[in-house]
Design a protein. Sequence first.
Length: 274
Amino acid sequence: MLTKDQVAAYRRDGFLVLPDFVSPGACDRLRKRAEQMVNEFNPVGMASIFSTREQNRLTDDYFLDSGDKIRFFFEEDAFVEGKLVRDKERSINKIGHALHELDPTFSEFSRTDELQLLVVDLGISDPLLLQSMYIFKQPHIGGEVSCHQDSSFLYTEPPQIVGLWFALEDATVENGCLWAIRGGHKLGLKSRWARTGEGMKFEYYDTSPWPEEELVPLEVSKGTLILLDGLLPHKSLANRSEKSRQAFTLHVISASSSYPESNWLQRQGLRGFD
Ligand code: FE2
């Protein structure tokens, strides 16, 4: 699937951008399905918020038990004094984390030979699909995701994960595209978010700040696939624009890596791409 130069670029930079990987029609099918799912979601009495600002405090069982389910998480700014101030369709931050397992539309999109070959090219032998997320980055209230490494949240030994980030709409600086530190995956893992006897806690291995001045924006058009090394530091800014920045993501691990019980996401029967 990938040329030698592309694999070398991924190893050097920690990411690789593949424009026009997904057809506009396939992007629209996922968007339509996500819209339908949100329409059918009944938020009465439910207010699980996804925020990277206060991850320990705002994480609840609804999140921690979502590894093998399809669940809906709100933007922090969707609420004023505990009440939703927009339509739920404009308030959801993301849907996670087993869309690829439970929903036929997302499963069909995710389980392809093409994607399997791609991650094998990147060194993930015997790949397993660990999680999927549909991210809305809503107009006006889409929250910032602070600089992080995906391996902090989905830790394996050795730390070897590939994230597949599919742009379902154009992603620009204005609507909150990804930013990444080129080559930053070589800085090593800084922290882990782990289950402890007292709930979720960050364990720190290196408390120096990220060199955020080195972040570069990855502005991409609809249909682009961005491949991300789990150790790559990346972030996205808040979306204050009129346009959403919808994306679908998959995270893939190798069956030969060990996956600790202290990771937040626990599920049985991980499957590959078939
Ligand atoms: Fe991430």
